[in-house]
Design a protein around this ligand. Sequence first.
Ligand SMILES: Nc1ncnc2c1ncn2[C@@H]1O[C@H](COP(=O)(O)OP(=O)(O)OP(=O)(O)O)[C@@H](O)[C@H]1O
Length: 403
Amino acid sequence: MSKYDDLFDETAPDDSVFTDKGALDPLAEPDEIMARDEQERELATILNGIKEGYLPPTVSIYGPPGTGKTLTARRICQAFATRHEELAAEYVNLKECRTLFSAANEIHLELTGERKKSYVGLDGVFEGIWIALEDYPEYTVLILDEIDQIQHDANYDPNEFFYRLLRGEGKLKRGITLSAWLVSNQIIDVDLRLDSRVESAMSDESVFFGPYGKAKLTALLAPRLEQAFKSGVLSDQVSEYGIQQAANYWGDARKALSLFRNAGELANERSLEEITRSCFDECIETTDKEAVLEKLTTLPKNHHAILLCLSGLRNVETGIIEQPVSTADIKQALDESSLAKLKLSNRAVHSVLTDLETMGLIETWIESRGRGGRVKQHKTTFEPEWVHDALERRARSTETDGA
Ligand SMILES: Nc1ncnc2c1ncn2[C@@H]1O[C@H](COP(=O)(O)OP(=O)(O)OP(=O)(O)O)[C@@H](O)[C@H]1O
């Protein structure tokens, strides 16, 4: 018997509550979209516009995280495109794009399988996009997920991207009909402060995906819970309790799935035969923390630096991190620490703070101090200690990558 036989025996799940934990993976594609009939109908009506020779130049698809925007937009377009050869649909996720150039290049990559070199510039990439779309069917829907990322480009105004996308010369010259479906958490023209020449080229079509309430979450989770858990380990009452908690706290399908996975794992850890209400109560924070850490670990260095300054001041007596922190204090903490090497100007600090607020990671407000004037204050929307946990996690993964 090798040492691995022992190791595998020791780590094998013993009396697990799960039969198929993968069913609770939010990345796993569900067989069917549940509880989004209204939005599916709105989107199908928009697509059916091709029968009258019209697709809106833009459709804003917006709502809080985990409300099925991406899933619904992609599925409905794919289903329509397989039934109508005059329409093609392409999906591009702009999550990693920090410049207008990289966002346009991501679209180019999706359409052609190739990226453009940087010397061609933004206009060169758009020209490539229009050339590629010439060979497309009469109508193309381009789903641009996480479109709000393009506001992170410190050197360009997002209007430059939209102006080219909507009014580009190469597009008009070739008579290309493109409908850009802009998926984001906020309504896009308000969020990105688009100017009037861009706004006038956009349509005011928008489809809102609200947070899921208890009934919708129940419909959506039912087939996945049935697949995930052994029969008898999750009673109807306890399941209903977990769903109610997920609806009260978040209304987010992704977090609801994670909550059930975490609750099941806790029951396993404690060798419980059934999942209990307290498993859910104890997992609310873990589930929240998981989602925040995931977001934090993917942030750029400057964002981390600012968050560190925001969560670095501790009360000398209690050891508790003190918040809120003013913009001036953040800048001072930056300049007095090893983070000074990042050489962040006041403007850069301000722009990172705006980004963090848009991402829902901090809250910002103005405090009036009488004669002392007005001071901008900031605090994290989550436990500030988690910033340090995220950094540790990132350092560990860099070590592993480097190993
Ligand atoms: N209506 C639904 N029916 C079935 N599963 C759903 C539904 N809505 C969400 N889900 C599940 O939640 C996951 C996340 O949904 P999706 O990515 O579409 O959310 P989103 O609104 O685009 O989120 P974000 O704004 O964070 O990108 C899906 O992959 C799916 O597993």
